[in-house]
Design a protein around this ligand. Sequence first.
Ligand code: NDP
Length: 308
Amino acid sequence: MTENTADTVSEIPPTAHPAPLTLLGLGAMGTALAGAWLAEGHPLTVWNRTAARAEPLAARGAGVAATAAEAVAANRLVVVCLLDDASVEEALDGADLTGKDVVNLVTSTPGTARDRAARVTARGARYLDGGIMAVPPMIGVPQAGPYVFYSGSQELFEEHRATLAAPAGARYVGADAGFAALHDVALLSAMYGMFGGVAHAFALVSGESVDPRALAPLLSSWLTAMTGSIAATAGRLVAGDYTGGVVSTLAMQVAGVPTFLRTAEEQGVSTELLTPYFELMQRRLAADPDRNGAEDLTGVVDLLRGRG
Ligand code: NDP
């Protein structure tokens, strides 16, 4: 990554004059966002394909537009929280975006976000892309720690920072419009890796008289302790040396692989979640047992990138 990242999260600030905005999309997430903006006193115009979903918000003071184009016309700041990329294209299709500040919160890929930034900008608007790191009940609840990655127009971000930070913390990660999606998907991908490991652990004990509720706190505290290795991995990637300060060597960990596989076999559990990772570890060691054997697991990153 070459972009600078401003590693600060804007929490919900007091806003003396809450700014007006438009929100397209009142699904689970859009409705939560709308509620947070209304609670902070922001004049809000909403549009939703199914008009009935706007009624409770209208009762709380939101303006309801009959069409997406009408909603876009109502305010300079236009936040989009629809289902997918196709619905965003459809909703923005007939709208005049000249002079608008468009903020897309629909989860997309970095490439899609960059393409949309180019198309929206070509129509005379500024563009910011967002990746929401929260589920709807966390929105507007700062103590739950919700935040949104933003990337794209920094001017737009700075100008509307207070408004954007009302429902969830606002974290700007670069001018490249694809970076919010990149950060979002990176964090969620790591989460799925963790979910996979947890599923395997529960499967191992499930045939025994082990209460999964007793295993749960042990898993949580162990995984929390292991997150200490994340910063060390980042440091080794930057240094280009994967051997510094290594406690558990790759050679030692590969030697332990048969124990994991045999235990799964004894318990009648498939190894399909673990095997791909173990194979990468074994490949890294086999490529240069003397040198790579002294590393930790950072070399797996190189293999995933098609290097090493
Ligand atoms: P929902 O399924 O609850 O709502 C989908 C919204 O999109 C509704 O407003 C729906 O309108 C609208 N929509 C769907 N298709 C079309 C279409 N063709 N034209 C116009 N409008 C359409 O989704 P969420 O609100 O939960 O999610 C919205 C975005 O937020 C997604 O990109 C999701 O990835 C992201 N997000 C959601 C999280 C969550 O936990 N919910 C967490 C983080 C991000 P209608 O009411 O008419 O059906």
